[in-house]
Design a protein around this ligand. Structure first.
Ligand SMILES: *[C@@H]1O[C@H](CO)[C@@H](O)[C@H](O)[C@H]1NC(C)=O
Length: 133
């Protein structure tokens, strides 16, 4: 009887450890993507639409100075985004592997002169520009 109890206790404790480990590993891999509107104040509203194979994010209206962010749970995903601003539009990959897979945070700064990628929210590389119909 005592042996059975010990055995069950052992099984219970090891499964708790397994669950704990799994959560920890997943947490390590999560990337937070930020899209920030740095367009001139009082300019036309900016609309953003982002999708991946597994996730359809809602279309977002983003005011100047505001940040739209989401978590990428599947590190193999590609997030394709479109932006609309007045008569201008653009599309870009907000998250893609292997470029961003090991990053904790990915920042996009949307300005009048283009789309800038950064990983620390302070240094930026231009990746894309606006197009006009
Ligand atoms: C990014 O930097 C801007 C300007 O310094 C700041 O206002 C904003 O809160 C930062 N965002 C994050 C998510 O750290």
């Amino acid at each position: 009887m005592t042996t059975l109890c010990h055995f069950l206790l052992f099984v219970f404790i090891t499964s708790c450890f397994r669950i704990g480990n799994t959560i920890e590993v997943n947490d390590d891999q999560v990337t937070q993507v930020h899209v920030m509107n740095a367009l001139p104040k009082d300019s036309a509203p900016l609309e953003i639409r982002c999708n991946s194979a597994d996730a359809n994010l809602d279309a977002k209206q983003l005011k100047s100075g505001y940040d739209y962010s989401w978590r990428v749970e599947e590190e193999t995903a590609t997030y394709f985004c479109e932006a609309f601003w007045g008569n201008k539009f653009a599309s870009w990959h907000a998250f893609e592997t292997p470029r961003d897979a090991n990053q904790k945070r990915v920042f996009w700064l949307i300005k009048e002169n283009g789309f800038f990628l950064g990983y620390d929210n302070s240094s930026w590389v231009e990746k894309s520009t606006w197009e006009t119909e």
